[in-house]
Write a protein that binds this ligand. Structure first.
Ligand code: MG
Length: 401
């Protein structure tokens, strides 16, 4: 039976790799809907030609007229609502939208009782409590596309879900990014090009900068807690922030690990490619037949591990603090970070300022637990205003597209 796939964020890095994964197993999947900002209509038109979707959503309303002209004969939906509507369109929705704008796609997919293949970690981090409720919709399931969380999902398969929790720790690996081993003083003068030169992963600019600050790993700690956290039970241990560890592993071959109470550690290994976690999320509970990222053991010579440097990379500690604070704190941190990274990429602030701005905004965040998506959007908006005010930039912010 063919699995239908809706792909939100089709022209981004996850989107193009999803199309590659689907093409690798002809007949297994059918992409029935594509969603994109509409800012790259040439690329989108090529995808429509190749994939022949029934529906295309254009998130940026100012690009809709041009899209209709460029893509005759295809149903075009517009704006944030149009993009979110893709969630109910197919058996699986791959959410590869960049940043906070992915939240509505996440919620729409889960509330439609569909499978969400989630690459948009920001929606889980910012909207945690709201997304948790949506996950309880009958039929809804969430399979992470983030490589670390895809790895944890695989490593946790060896647990006995009917017995007490015997998970002692989730161990997230971090490549360390382009600045691994550098001191804080060393990092004062780094440039945009330096930050975008990731040693092992090829990704979009926002996440590549997040990887250079270790904010990406910090957000992934919160993501892991949202996905796999459990309260301490009568038997066995729970999984809280104390049970989520980060280890730097520069080769990016071990994607994450789970340590059990008997001392065993189960790891997932493969060469760094997002095609593997995308294929895993599409095929789950089966597996992909295409061997993306298979290791050549004749050439893999070593695997190194070292602790992260929390002094030179304060963003990791900020994320633990926001995660422990809970409620809207992760939403504030995520929004402040998106604004700071945008300002860094625009040349307005230095790399080291990203952490400083996030720390200031998080210090002054208005605590609370979001009751619904509007509360999350409010927290996001207030944090963006605060971040832009700290940076001396004009408000309102560009906001989610
Ligand atoms: Mg990751």
């Amino acid at each position: 039976m063919t699995t239908t796939v809706a792909l939100a964020g089709s022209t981004g890095s996850i989107g193009t790799q999803t199309i590659e994964v689907v093409a690798a197993e002809p007949g297994r999947y059918e992409i029935t809907a594509l969603g994109a900002t509409g800012r790259n209509l040439d690329q989108l038109a090529e995808q429509v030609e190749a994939v022949r979707p029934k529906v295309v959503a254009i998130a940026d309303e100012s690009r809709v007229a041009a899209a209709r002209e460029r893509l005759p004969g295809v149903e075009i939906r517009s704006g944030t609502d149009g993009l979110a509507s893709l969630g109910a369109e197919a058996d699986v929705c791959v959410n590869g939208v960049v940043g906070f704008a992915g939240l509505r796609v996440t919620l729409a997919t889960l509330l439609a009782g569909k499978r969400l293949a989630l690459a948009n970690k920001e929606s889980l981090i910012a909207g945690g409590p709201v997304v948790q409720r949506a996950r309880r919709t009958p039929g809804a399931e969430l399979v992470p596309v983030d490589s670390e969380h895809g790895a944890l999902h695989q490593c946790l398969r060896s647990r006995d879900e009917t017995g007490p929790s015997r998970v002692a720790a989730l161990v997230l690996t971090a490549s360390g990014g382009p600045f691994r081993g550098r001191s804080a003083a060393d990092l004062a003068e780094v440039t945009i090009d330096d930050a975008l030169a990731h040693p092992t992963w090829s990704m979009g600019p926002k996440i590549t900068v997040d990887s250079s600050t270790l904010m990406n790993k910090g957000l992934e700690v919160i993501e892991a807690h949202e996905l796999f956290g459990t309260p301490a039970g009568e038997h066995g241990v729970g999984i809280g922030f104390d049970e989520i560890d980060v280890v730097v592993h520069p080769q990016s071959v071990v994607h994450s690990m789970v340590t059990y109470t008997d001392g065993s550690t189960i790891a997932q290994l493969s060469m760094p490619t997002m095609c593997l976690p995308i294929g895993y999320a599409l095929a789950w509970p089966d597996r992909s037949a295409a061997p993306f990222g298979a290791i050549d053991w004749a050439t893999l010579s070593r695997l190194d591990f070292e602790p992260p440097d929390l002094g030179a990379f304060p963003c990791l500690g900020l994320a633990y603090a926001a995660g422990r604070a809970g409620g809207v704190a992760p939403a504030w941190l995520n929004a402040a970070n998106e604004e700071a990274v945008g300002a860094f990429l625009d040349g307005h602030i230095a790399w080291a300022d990203i952490a400083a701005i996030c720390a200031t905004v998080l210090d002054h965040h208005e605590a609370g637990v979001p009751a619904d998506v509007d509360d999350v959007i409010d927290a996001d908006r207030m944090a963006r205003l605060a971040a832009r005010s700290v940076m001396g930039l004009a408000s309102p912010a560009a906001g989610p597209a």
